[in-house]
Design a protein. Structure first.
Length: 155
């Protein structure tokens, strides 16, 4: 018996629609889920000055009281899940832009904070970013990410 082929990678368009903020339509690392199960980025939901909620009801279903009154602390696990899906931050100092990993090259060409047009700063990939962590963590994180991606591609 031949081994079964590996599952295909998740569809980029599917991820873009399912894991982006539903207000600004951008990929974000810090997402807040409401009681209604809709998700939005903290930048769209909360004021930067006092961390208070900008909206009274969910922008999609119009139900009130779906999100915390004050901006919550986003757990590191949630941010790691978004990274597993392919959302990355621009590594250029002073640029806080978040994008899909497959859009990085275009952003680097247009980033106002790039060092110079001739030199590109190498982007740390997910694989490179965990090398300094202990082996047991790398192994479990890899399993966690692949498990999550398999689940998300089934829906």
């Amino acid at each position: 018996m031949e081994p079964s082929p590996p599952p295909p990678p998740p569809d980029k368009n599917c991820n873009e629609q399912r894991f982006c903020c539903m207000v600004c339509l951008c990929p974000r690392l810090r997402m807040v889920y409401g009681k209604c199960q809709h998700k939005f980025c903290v930048d769209c939901l909360y004021n930067n000055k006092d961390n208070s909620l900008r909206i009274l009801s969910c922008p999609l279903c119009n139900q009130t009281g779906q999100f915390p009154e004050k901006k919550p602390v986003i757990p590191d696990d949630n941010i790691e899940i978004q990274k597993c899906l392919g959302i990355v931050e621009c590594p250029n100092e002073g640029c806080n832009y978040e994008m899909w990993s497959w859009d990085q090259e275009q952003h680097f060409n247009e980033c106002p904070n790039r060092k110079s047009p001739a030199t590109k700063k190498k982007t740390p990939t997910y694989k490179n970013s965990i090398i300094s962590r202990p082996y047991f963590f790398r192994k479990s994180k890899k399993k966690y990410c692949s498990y999550f991606l398999r689940l998300s591609s089934k829906h």
